[in-house]
Structures are given as structure tokens and as C-alpha cells.
Design a protein around this ligand. Structure first.
Ligand SMILES: Nc1ncnc2c1ncn2[C@@H]1O[C@H](COP(=O)(O)OP(=O)(O)O)[C@@H](O)[C@H]1O
Ligand SMILES: [Mg+2]
Length: 335
């Protein structure tokens, strides 16, 4: 098979819909995403934009019964052979998930087994994926706990999740995600449940691990300032579609989509002390009954008839080009 040193993950035309009582719920509608080695890619948008569904569907972590998924999601595994996660067998994906792809979720309590010592939980995964043997697994787990900044790691190995603070539990999740030397880390709202001081520590730990281990990271967050601080490139999603893509610097210096601009002014962390922060008026439309044209048009202060009727193509922002790495807004009237 051909070896490849291209993107770690290359998702094209990803569509995910759910058959629900009120119709067909289009959670993700034509997502393209390319993650290069060593890159941190942010997926940002309000709650319900399809951020989690996009990553959970390609890794088959949401049940299939009422879900239709199409497109391609080529992942470059440890053997440097790209494979489409969407056509892979259950067994094949099981070998990749938790090994070549590690996950950190918002709530470690729902991902960790409350009745099992945290060290044993990490050990179990490593033994399952052949990342350790019975004789060296404990030493390796203690080493990992130390690496993620857990004090007295040999003692903490025997702790139950409820005996740890939120920040420590998230460190355990990170240790678990990294335990089998993944190439890709998917972090879905990794710090949403934490206070700002601990949030910063956890994000900085993830960046340190990225540099030490040569990881690539997809960071899902509704928090635009977090994405701007830690991501190289950002996809802004709204109601299942990408609205804008560009580097963090592109987005800060010149947001091209009215939605991105609205997200900026709705984010508390960016508001100067004493200034009022405006939430974006209106709500995400029901994904079973999407608006015609640009799906942001009902909330957009600049919308015209064209926006109501025609889906906008990619437009170059700020005098740039329209290549996949350029700064693009899916808007008829980019700012
Ligand atoms: N298993 C499911 N069945 C039906 N609808 C779902 C399912 N999972 C998610 N959804 C819907 O898909 C949409 C996108 O959800 P999600 O990706 O979780 O948003 P977010 O951007 O907040 O991560 C939401 O409307 C959500 O209710
Ligand atoms: Mg989510």
C-alpha cells in the first residue's frame, strides 16, 4: 500500500443526518477539514452547530440506528497508510480508536469508570492495544501520570475518579488519551467544566504534550478566545456548515463572516472590563427545517434577498486567495 506523509486527517463532504420524529435533522452538511501533522485545528461555534457530531460520527462514537453518514474521512495511521474511517470495519476502527486517535471530553466523570482505580483504567487500555505488557504497565502508567503533572503519581494510581479534583480528572483523561502514543488527539470542550485558572493549566499541558509527542490536535470549543489562543487554524461552524476558515491571526485581525464577528462580540472573555457583551440575537434554526440560502440569514444584520435565496460560495477575505489554506468566508458579502 502507498505510504503517505500528507495530512493526518482529511475529511471531505462530510454529511451527518439523524432521522428524528420531526424529520431529517441535518447535523453536519458538507464539512471539509484538513489537519496537517503537528497542527492544532479549532472547531468553533455555538452549541448545536454540529461540532461534536462531526468528530464523533467519523470515529463511530454515536449510535448508528438513526444516523446517515456520507463523505470521506481519511486518517493517516501509525503505519503512515491513509485509510477512510467511514468505510472501515468495526474491528479496524476499534484498533485505531483509543490508540492512534485519543479523546478528551468535557466531562471526565462520564468517561471514567467510577468504580475502578484510575491507574487500572489507563493500564487496561494500554494492555488492550499492546502499548504495555503485564510486567511494565504499572511503571508506564505511573510515568504517564507524572508526565501530565499529577503529584505523587504512584499513590494517585490507586485513586478512584471521585477522589480527584476536576482538573486532576482531566489530567487523567489526557494521560489515558496519550497512553498508546496517538497521532491525533480530539479534545471536545476539554475545559468547559473547569474554572479559568485550571482551564489554562490543562490547555497548556495539552500544548506541551503536542510538542513533546508530535501530536496533531482537533480542539472543539464554543469559546472563541480559547481557540484563538491555542489553535493554528480555525473552522467556524454554524447550523452544520462551515461559515469561515482561516488562521487564528486571520480571524482576529479581520473576521470575514458576520457570524464570526457576532461570535467575537458575544464572547465575555473578549469584552473589556466594564463593557457590555451582546449575545447573538435569535437562535440556531431547527436543523430539521433549515432556512433557505445562507442559514445565518435570519440572524444576520446584513442579510439581503440574495442571502435569503442563494447559498453563498466560498469568498476570499481581506484580499486573499481562495485555496483551501486561505482565509475564506461562506458569505455573499464578506466583511
Ligand atoms: N444521536 C442523535 N440523534 C439526533 N440528533 C442528534 C444526535 N446527536 C446530536 N444530535 C443533534 O445534532 C445537532 C448537532 O449537535 P452537536 O454536534 O452535539 O453540537 P455542538 O456543536 O454543540 O457540539 C444538535 O441539534 C443535536 O441535538
Ligand atoms: Mg459539542
Amino acid at each position: 500500500m502507498a505510504r503517505n506523509s500528507g495530512p493526518v486527517l482529511d475529511v471531505q463532504k462530510l454529511q451527518v443526518s439523524f432521522r428524528v420524529e420531526t424529520g431529517l435533522l441535518k447535523a453536519v452538511d458538507g464539512l471539509d477539514l484538513v489537519l496537517e501533522p503537528g497542527e492544532v485545528l479549532g472547531i468553533v461555534g455555538e452549541s448545536g452547530s454540529g461540532k461534536s457530531v462531526s468528530m464523533l460520527s467519523i470515529t463511530d462514537l454515536i449510535k448508528k440506528e438513526n444516523r446517515d453518514t456520507s463523505g470521506t474521512a481519511r486518517f493517516l495511521g501509525a503505519d503512515s497508510v491513509p485509510r477512510d474511517l467511514l468505510t472501515m470495519s468495526r474491528d479496524g476502527l476499534g484498533k485505531i480508536r483509543g490508540k492512534d486517535i485519543g479523546f478528551v471530553f468535557q466531562n471526565p466523570m462520564s468517561s471514567l469508570n467510577p468504580t475502578m482505580r484510575v491507574g487500572n483504567q489507563i493500564a487496561e487500555g494500554m494492555l488492550h492495544h499492546g502499548a504495555a505488557t503485564r510486567s511494565d504497565v504499572k511503571e508506564k502508567v505511573v510515568g504517564l501520570l507524572d508526565k501530565v503533572g499529577i503529584r505523587e503519581p504512584a499513590k494517585r494510581y490507586f485513586s478512584y475518579p471521585h477522589e480527584l479534583s476536576g482538573g486532576m480528572r482531566q489530567r487523567v483523561m489526557i494521560a489515558m488519551a496519550l497512553s498508546c502514543n496517538p497521532k491525533l488527539l480530539i479534545a471536545d470542550e476539554p475545559t468547559t467544566a473547569l474554572d479559568v485558572t485550571v482551564e489554562k493549566q490543562i490547555l497548556e499541558l495539552m500544548m506541551k504534550m503536542k510538542d513533546e509527542l508530535g501530536l496533531s490536535i482537533i480542539m472543539i470549543t464554543h469559546n472563541l478566545p480559547v481557540a484563538l489562543n491555542y489553535c493554528d487554524r480555525i473552522l467556524v461552524m454554524y447550523a452544520g456548515k462551515v461559515m469561515e476558515t482561516g488562521t487564528a491571526l486571520d480571524l482576529v485581525s479581520h473576521p470575514g463572516h458576520p457570524y464570526t464577528k457576532a461570535l467575537f462580540s458575544s464572547n465575555l472573555e473578549l469584552g473589556k472590563r466594564g463593557t457590555r457583551v451582546e449575545p447573538i440575537k435569535g437562535n440556531i434554526p431547527p436543523l430539521t427545517h433549515l432556512p433557505t440560502g445562507c442559514r445565518f440569514h435570519p440572524r444576520c444584520p446584513l442579510a439581503t434577498d440574495k442571502c435569503r435565496n442563494e447559498a453563498p460560495p466560498a469568498a476570499a477575505v481581506n484580499g486573499g486567495g481562495t485555496g483551501p489554506d486561505d482565509h475564506l468566508a461562506y458569505c455573499h458579502y464578506p466583511l
